[in-house]
Each structure stands twice: as structure tokens, then as C-alpha cells.
Design a protein around this ligand. Structure first.
Ligand code: SF4
Length: 167
């Protein structure tokens, strides 16, 4: 790692955590947080951790004005192959950080998203996160996952804090 004062620590966030403008029409999240999901961003800012923002796969494939969707509709439209391509590119970036001894603390997704749910506690994983898991594994990377759920902000932020401050 380059020793110039940088923290050498990163967290990987689903795109819409840093840009709720990218969310499809329907969910309440943009009304609650019109720009970024503030509680996540505010917590990260306490810890001198850099942020790696994932691309929004639904935006890339379907554009901005799109309705809420589900796994079944996504699977039947060729979405997965685009996710595989994006996941491959993202994993190469992350492998470079890991190879240079940067610590990748966590990967944060959105519970219930057919694309970006981390699939914790037996819940269904999103298609993009499935492809990301495979691509990361192929590069020898394991990154612990955290999920965000807008109705459980407090417990989600506690999980985030544990990842940011593992000691
Ligand atoms: S596809 Fe992922 S990044 Fe894009 S809006 Fe949905 S959950 Fe957020």
C-alpha cells in the first residue's frame, strides 16, 4: 500500500446508497433520503474509510425511468449476462486493492432488491450480487456482506459500525 497518510481501508456500496436518484419508481427510499442514504454515509464518514461505489445494474440495462421489478422478470430479459460483465470489471478493481494490501471491509447491499440484495439470513440474493459473488470468488476475494433495510435503520447501522471498526 502507498504510505502517504491514506487509510488503506475501503467499503463497497451498492450504487443507490450514494445516489438515491438511481432508484426505480415505487420504493419509499428516495422520499426518506432524497440524495444519499444519509445514515450509512454519515457513519462511514466517522471512520476514514474510502467508498467504492458499485454501478447500478438496473440503470445500465433499463435506464432511469423504470418500474420496480422482480427476479423472474429480470431473469427473462438477459439482465444476468450484463450483471456478469459488470461484476467481472468490478472484481478486477477490487482485486487490485486487495493485492496491494488495502482492506476491503464490507460490501453493502439492499435487502429485498432483486438485483442488489446480499441474501443474508436465508433471504433471496439479488442477481447482480450473485454474479458479484462468483466473480469475487474467481479472483480469490471474500468480502463480508451487510444489508440495508429502510425499516431497520438502527440495526443495519450497528452491523455497519461493526464492519468499520472490527477491533
Ligand atoms: S439495481 Fe441495485 S444499485 Fe440500482 S437502484 Fe436497485 S438496489 Fe440500487
Amino acid at each position: 500500500m502507498i504510505r502517504d497518510g491514506r487509510s488503506g481501508r475501503l467499503i463497497v456500496l451498492a450504487h443507490c446508497i450514494l445516489n438515491t436518484n438511481s432508484i426505480c419508481s415505487g420504493p419509499k427510499t428516495p422520499k426518506l433520503w432524497p440524495g444519499m442514504i444519509n445514515p450509512i454515509v454519515e457513519k462511514i464518514m466517522e471512520y476514514n474509510v474510502g467508498v467504492f461505489q458499485l454501478p447500478c445494474p438496473e440503470f445500465i440495462v433499463y435506464g432511469l425511468d423504470r418500474p420496480a421489478t422482480n427476479r423472474h422478470a429480470l431473469e427473462s430479459s438477459g439482465f444476468r449476462s450484463k450483471c456478469r460483465e459488470i461484476a467481472g470489471a468490478v472484481s478486477k478493481h477490487l482485486r487490485e486493492y486487495a493485492a496491494k494490501d488495502y482492506k476491503i471491509l464490507a460490501l453493502v447491499g439492499l435487502r429485498g432488491s432483486p438485483s442488489c440484495s446480499p441474501g443474508l439470513n436465508g433471504r433471496e440474493k439479488g442477481i447482480f450480487f450473485e454474479e458479484l459473488d462468483e466473480a469475487l470468488k474467481a479472483h480469490g476475494l471474500y468480502i463480508p456482506k451487510i444489508e440495508f433495510e429502510r425499516t431497520e435503520v438502527e440495526s443495519c447501522i450497528k452491523s455497519l459500525e461493526r464492519a468499520l471498526n472490527p477491533s
